[in-house]
Ligand binder design. Sequence first.
Ligand code: SF4
Ligand code: SF4
Length: 251
Amino acid sequence: MSTPTLAVWKFASCDGCQLSLLDCEDELLAVADRVRIAHFLEASSDVLPGPYDISLVEGSITTPEDAERIQRVRADSRILITIGACATAGGIQALRNQADVDEYAKVVYARPEYLSTLATSTPIAAHVDVDYELHGCPIDRRQLLDTIGALLAGRRPALPAHSVCFDCKLRNNVCVVVARGEPCLGPVTRAGCGAICPAFGRGCFGCFGPAESPNAPAEAALLRATGMSEDDIRRVHRTFNVTAFDTERAS
Ligand code: SF4
Ligand code: SF4
């Protein structure tokens, strides 16, 4: 059997999730032994033609050109995995979805007429079928390696849908809400990071986006009890995944 090929694609993003792959360091050599990295412009200009067995897609769709390019990436990919808050939820750049992008462009650019942009920033799944989603800003490198390892072994990756609180308990973290009365989005945020922020004594700020079926009203009440205003609560929900928590809060 030929060695499976891996491709990494960038759309509107800061490159942090691609850097998480490079940050795998020692493990990257083991990954490189098992897959042929065929397209990864962040790491190499050596590009092999598709189709590709596994594609990792970072970033959101913000331009007409990218809306077309993602169709070609999908057509060239057997398994397509979106990585990070931009690719799975539109990213911080989805703040534009609640504003007038032309007004923003006029304020920021001297010659906005040269811009080619869409009025919204949307997740990859709004444009093409996605096989798996890795959440986080950035993604968790251990979860990335587990996912690639599972696919190479021919099984489905085990991606959690439960909340960070579950993992916090498994890690024996002291709860920052209960012990110190500090805000934490862990009860409504998707697990996958190993509850790393509470492990270091600070509340979760929701970078993995909403867990499956979160109890949004109870979480809002918990945040209010720590002294947060309605404006603070809205802002903390919109930090990395912008509209994702809005959807959950409305449901
Ligand atoms: S610290 Fe946050 S994530 Fe951990 S148990 Fe408490 S509320 Fe949940
Ligand atoms: S604990 Fe929350 S904010 Fe911290 S990495 Fe995990 S999901 Fe992100």
